[in-house]
Write a protein that binds this ligand. Structure first.
Ligand code: SAH
Ligand code: SF4
Length: 404
């Protein structure tokens, strides 16, 4: 837990507020992560007009400023006063960059409350993407238009892979992140902040550049639901991104999927389900969570989501050598996907190895045969390109490692 909370004393009736343990907590909490309304309220409490909140939102989320003194829409005396009182933007910061030979970058991002143990998260930038969004009903490419102004970019489109928790509690047997266990949830500001920090680094122009977000980094977004959706709201309302350019992946947390189905279409990202196996028996072995929410329960929840025209649900399927990659698995997976009756596509991911994980990579022939098998059954099937394996940036390889 990040902030001191209410505790119940022995007589169980009296609530006591703990004093902050950290002296830094005496200063106001970071502004980054608050939406325009909350910022307006903050400015109100500082005796300023509410519209100053909109100026702060513009500065932090559109202009990507990180220092109150840079926010020149605020009068200088006000900036000085706020800074003097300890107000801070507090945007998460890229603390370290690992660059892959293929152009992928993996970042260690320092959260809010930097300096404390367990504050670093991982974010990945994949220029040209990894083909994961192909065929899911994404908005058409916006880059075919007239030449852009400004400096020439080396990428035409990109995908950012965003973390939602430090570590993960779900314990999928093939996943490196699982080895960390759950360290903590990220706040909405820490989730959205990864995106804005990477936008700043690459000079992304919202509305012009084609950038997709995938919430597929460390953690299970649907076990940190409110903060995850809070981040989506910031990215849509304050940054100006389309939720149709965002995909959230879940291991199949049914109550989370049910809540997700209630989100309005103008806010709801696309949905990906980590299926990973053709039946409950195998899925249970590799994803213990399947005991709680077996495949049919997950599918029932997914059916509640009101898909947009042309939108498809993505089923991710990690190919583990000898365990999930055989011809009979492909046939069974095809039947399973068809039986759901959902407009669906399948993303195959060849398992990426990690130290101490007792699986083997699938043979390239097995991967191709699996793909052809599903495609032959009429199921749109794509193979995710592994990106940044050399820097441990590929799927399932994210762990808070400085060594790489
Ligand atoms: N927790 C969420 C999102 C993060 S994991 C989820 O599980 O859906 C993102 C994807 O990476 C999941 O589909 C997961 O099955 C896959 N994955 C995990 N470990 C992997 C590995 N070692 N190799 C390839 N894919 C992996
Ligand atoms: Fe968590 Fe996803 Fe890894 Fe499973 S695959 S342990 S849900 S991050």
């Amino acid at each position: 837990m990040l902030y001191p909370e209410l505790v119940v004393t022995e007589n169980r009736r009296q609530f006591v507020r703990l004093e902050p343990a950290d002296p830094a907590m005496d200063s106001p909490a970071p502004l980054f992560g608050l939406d325009a309304n909350a910022l307006a309220a903050r400015m109100g409490s500082a005796g300023e007009p509410a519209w100053r909140g909109g100026q702060l939102a513009e500065a932090m989320y559109r202009q990507r400023l990180t220092d109150i003194n840079e926010i020149t829409t605020l009068p200088k005396p006000l900036r000085q006063r706020l800074a003097g009182e300890g107000w801070q933007v507090g945007r998460p910061r890229i603390a370290q960059v690992f660059q892959s030979v293929d152009g992928t970058e993996r970042y260690l991002v320092e959260g809010q409350g930097a300096g404390q143990e367990g504050q670093t998260v991982e974010t990945v930038w994949m220029p040209e993407g990894d083909d994961g969004e192909t065929g899911d009903g994404s908005e058409p490419d916006e880059t075919g238009g007239p030449e852009k102004d400004g400096p020439e970019k080396t990428w035409r489109r990109a995908t950012i892979c965003v973390s939602s928790q430090v570590g993960c509690a779900v314990n999928c047997q093939f996943c490196f992140t699982a080895k960390l266990g759950l360290q903590r949830n990220l706040s909405a500001g820490e989730i959205a902040g990864q995106v804005i920090a990477v936008f700043a680094r690459h000079g992304v122009e919202v509305g012009r550049d084609r950038v997709n977000l995938v919430f597929m980094g460390m953690g299970e977004p649907f076990l940190n639901y409110d903060n995850f959706m809070g981040a989506v709201r910031l990215l849509v309302d304050e940054v100006g991104l389309s939720p149709q350019r965002m995909t959230v992946s879940t291991s199949g947390i049914v109550p989370g999927i049910e809540r997700f189905a209630e989100e309005p279409a103008n806010l709801r990202p696309k949905l990906a389900i980590s299926l990973n196996a053709p039946n409950d028996e195998i899925r249970e072995q590799i994803m213990p969570i399947n005991r709680k929410w077996p495949i049919e329960a997950v599918m029932d929840a997914v059916r509640l989501v009101k898909l947009r025209p042309r939108e498809r649900v993505t089923f991710e399927y990690v190919l583990l050598g000898g365990v999930t990659d055989r011809a009979e698995h492909a046939a069974e997976a095809a039947r399973l996907v068809r039986r759901t009756g959902l407009p669906a596509k399948v993303n195959l991911i060849a398992w990426n190895p990690g130290p101490g994980i007792p699986y083997t990579m699938p043979l390239p022939e097995a991967v191709e045969a699996f793909r052809a098998n599903l495609a032959g059954e009429g199921i749109p099937t794509y193979l995710r390109r592994p990106r940044g394996r050399d820097i441990y940036a590929a799927c399932g390889q994210l762990k808070r490692t400085v060594e790489g």
